[in-house]
Write a protein that binds this ligand. Structure first.
Ligand code: SF4
Ligand code: SF4
Length: 134
């Protein structure tokens, strides 16, 4: 009998909308995961938009309201939350981050803070994440 691959041992009962079903994160978790966290809506800071070149030099000197309207029109963001100062990045029609290509983050070195801090310091359940087999 063939020994199952480690990825096959990951239960498929995880519901990304329900943190109670999430699995404990370890340093190897991402190796066997279909990047489920990159299919969840993310909110990013102004600095992240700058790092990702999603805002132009004109945007840097324009009133925030103008830039927000422009980013919404360009389908870069869906919302701005004044209380937190965070921008909700628009997902693709397939429901994933615009930077997730072939299960890889194409802006990994410049990825937003939330992506760096999830799931140990940010997220609905610290130390747990919605892992799914590749
Ligand atoms: S859901 Fe968890 S294991 Fe999967 S890529 Fe995101 S952080 Fe890594
Ligand atoms: S920026 Fe990269 S790490 Fe962050 S959600 Fe998008 S693909 Fe995932």
């Amino acid at each position: 009998m063939t020994k199952p691959k480690k990825s096959e041992l990951i239960p498929s009962t995880v519901d990304k909308e329900n943190p109670a079903t999430w699995l404990k994160y370890t340093k190897n978790s991402c190796k066997f995961c279909a990047s489920t966290c990159c299919t969840m809506p993310i909110e990013v800071r102004w600095e992240d938009l700058v790092n990702l070149n999603l805002v132009t030099e004109d945007d840097l000197v324009s009133p925030l309201k103008t830039t927000i309207a422009k980013l919404k029109k360009e389908k870069v963001i869906t919302a701005y939350r004044k209380e937190s100062g965070l921008f909700a990045l628009k997902q693709t029609d397939e429901g994933k981050c615009r930077y997730l290509i072939n299960n890889r983050c194409i802006v990994y070195k410049k990825r937003p803070l939330v992506c760096r801090a999830f799931p140990l310091e940010m997220g609905w359940r610290h130390g747990y994440c919605p892992q799914k087999p590749i």
